[in-house]
Design a binder for this molecule. Structure first.
Ligand code: PEP
Ligand code: MG
Length: 601
């Protein structure tokens, strides 16, 4: 039966494919694709774990049998018997084999996927006794997952595209792409994904994705946008409503997912998808055109990146530099099997920054110092919300760096050394206090002194601060005394001005970039920087949103940093703009009671 699930649009476009559910389990499991030649090994890992758990249960059963009725109630023996039965169940083992051999899921992913399928069947049972057996099944699977720990193969860095499966339980007849022999696109559906998970998925093959939670500018959404695939966040119970392998359509523009679409709906969205491809083709022609307005104003369109390798996409999209390298992504998802996180040392960071500089082929690279905390925990778990009541207001970004000077100095030395290879702008996130500015600057001096002592080669950097806390936007004089340029982080500026958690879908409707207070802080920052002859750019999501291009140009902005996939669309707006005409209009928007309406009009 066809039905629709609504969420928040993140990245435009249409994706049509099979749902891949990434289920959250009480045990953290890795999700990755294996190579076809690894199928037998993965099936074997499951078999070995099952046999080990069966032995464990048999031993327990034997010791229970030796106990008297007072020490071991009769129910315990019965329960162990149930666990043995569940463990040997063909539906469990058959399903796991299916996901491994037909979908190339790693063993843990296959096991949790099949667990979810059977668990849902238990949920639907009338008999309360049978319904409660779901918990037993979960325990059995958890025992197996524990057994499998440490036996995993190395993560496959670039998973193979899955061939259309001649799947055992597949309804091939309803396969809308059947017959032409190409791969079936896969669409990822999850309750939540951390930015570190997203990095892992970035290397993979998904054609789109949907999560139950998250706001439009949550870091998960930002990484998703950088993958340039249709995506929806905040779809609430999507992961409960969709079943593994369902056909789904994601309309990233409207923020709608259609499950089990009829042939008519499929045809309609197939048409829309082709229109989108044509539009992208048209925009691609602008790649080599300089971004200059009708009245001759040059506009810098820069790229936001997460990894040095993203520079290739930035250059391809026609970026004239990197306006924001979110360096924290180098620090994420590095937990080893003993659950320890080893941060990248100076050499590793230096090599990464150098790669970014080289990747930009002489164009400037703005490296932001680490910004972890809030919805970007280091270890990839989004559990920090439970640990800290207000993570967004806690030890995040520069606060985190100043609390750990040794870690910060390591990063600063690596960035300064990389500056010997090309133009680097060093950008500091989340400053609010003059004392933080002083401490930061003296640590930068100290890092230089350390390199001098060592006789290491390093280069000059331009120093910049992010304006993303209202307190910073209201004390620009202090910032401009110390920094060469400012970069407005509208994602956080909106979050902190309007007191809206950017990652919380429950308040997403209040996340308003066109709020007069936000626009005033943005406008004042641009005006003051220009007055003092300092550089200013916007690197929040607003910079890549064409609904705001004309307004920002009218307010005097000439430097926009965004994910590469947005550059051509923004360039098209720039090419059509006349800043002489936009200036008075933009002032009118600022003064309007309802700027959003004035913007649209
Ligand atoms: C911002 O806050 O606008 C920004 C660019 O930084 P981040 O999204 O990484 O917090
Ligand atoms: Mg920010």
């Amino acid at each position: 039966m066809t039905f629709a699930v609504h969420g928040l649009p993140v990245a435009r476009g249409i994706a049509i494919g099979r749902a891949v559910l990434v289920v959250s389990s009480r045990i953290d499991v890795a999700h990755y694709f294996i190579k076809p030649e690894e199928i037998e090994t993965e099936i074997d890992r499951v078999r070995t774990a099952r046999n080990a758990v069966a032995d464990e249960l048999t031993k327990l059963q034997a010791s229970v049998a030796q106990m008297g009725p007072n020490d071991a109630p009769h129910e315990l023996a019965a329960l162990l018997e149930v666990h043995q039965m569940l463990l040997q169940d063909d539906v469990l083992s058959g399903g796991v084999k299916h996901w491994i051999s037909e979908r190339l899921y790693n063993a843990e992913w296959a096991l949790t996927t099949q667990l979810e399928i059977i668990a849902r069947q238990f949920d639907e049972m009338e008999d309360p006794y049978l319904r409660e057996r779901k918990a037993d099944l979960e325990q059995v699977v958890e025992r197996m997952l524990h057994r499998m720990k440490g036996t995993a193969a190395v993560l496959a860095p670039s998973p193979p595209r899955r061939k259309r499966a001649a799947a055992a339980h597949d309804d091939e007849d309803d396969d809308p792409t059947a017959g032409d022999g190409f791969d079936v696109p896969l669409v990822l559906i999850a309750h939540d994904l951390s930015p570190a998970d997203m990095l892992q998925f970035k290397k993979s093959v998904f054609a789109g994705f949907v999560t139950d939670v998250g706001g439009r500018t949550s870091h998960t959404a930002i990484v998703a946008r950088s993958m340039d695939i249709p995506a929806i966040v905040g779809a609430r119970s999507a992961s409960q409503l969709v079943r593994q392998d369902d056909w789904v359509i994601i309309d990233g523009e409207a923020g709608v997912m259609i499950v089990d679409p009829s042939p008519i709906i499929l045809a309609e969205y197939g048409f829309k998808q082709r229109q989108g491809d044509l539009e992208r083709g048209r925009l691609a022609r602008l790649r080599h055109k300089p971004a200059v307005t009708l009245d001759g104003q040059r506009v810098d369109l820069l790229a936001n990146i997460e990894m040095p390798e993203d520079t290739a996409g930035a250059v391809k999209a026609g970026a004239v530099g990197v306006g924001l390298f979110r360096s924290e992504f180098l620090f994420m998802g590095r937990e080893n099997s003993a659950r320890q996180t080893r941060l990248p040392d100076e050499e590793e960071q230096y090599q990464a920054y150098k790669r970014a500089v080289e990747g930009m082929q002489g164009m400037p690279v703005t490296i932001r110092t680490i910004d972890v905390g809030a919805d970007k925990p280091l270890d990839g778990k989004s559990g920090s919300k439970q640990e800290h009541l207000n993570p967004a207001l806690g030890l995040r970004a520069i606060r985190w760096s100043l609390a750990d000077p040794a870690m910060f100095l390591t990063q600063l030395r690596a960035i300064l050394r990389a500056a010997a290879h090309g133009e680097i702008h060093l950008l500091i996130p989340m400053l609010a206090h003059a004392s933080e500015i002083r401490q930061t600057l003296s640590l930068i001096d100290f890092a230089r002194a350390e390199l001098d002592n060592r006789g290491a080669v390093y280069g000059p950097v331009k120093l910049g601060a992010m304006i993303e806390i209202p307190a910073a936007a209201l004390t620009l004089k202090t910032f401009l005394k110390h920094f060469d340029f400012l970069s407005i982080g509208t994602n956080d500026l909106i979050q902190y001005t309007l007191a809206i958690d950017r990652a919380d879908e429950a308040v997403a409707h209040l996340y308003d970039p066109a709020h007069p207070a936000v626009l005033k802080l943005v406008a004042d920052t641009i005006t003051e920087c220009r007055r003092q002859g300092k550089g200013v750019s916007v690197c929040g999501e607003m910079a890549g949103d064409v609904a705001f291009t004309r307004l920002l140009l009218g307010l005097g902005l000439r430097s926009f940093s965004m994910h590469p996939s947005r550059i051509l669309a923004v360039k098209q707006e720039v090419l059509r703009a006349d800043t002489g005409k936009l200036e008075p209009w933009a002032r009118g928007v600022l003064d309007a009671d309802d700027p959003a309406a004035a913007l649209a009009g």
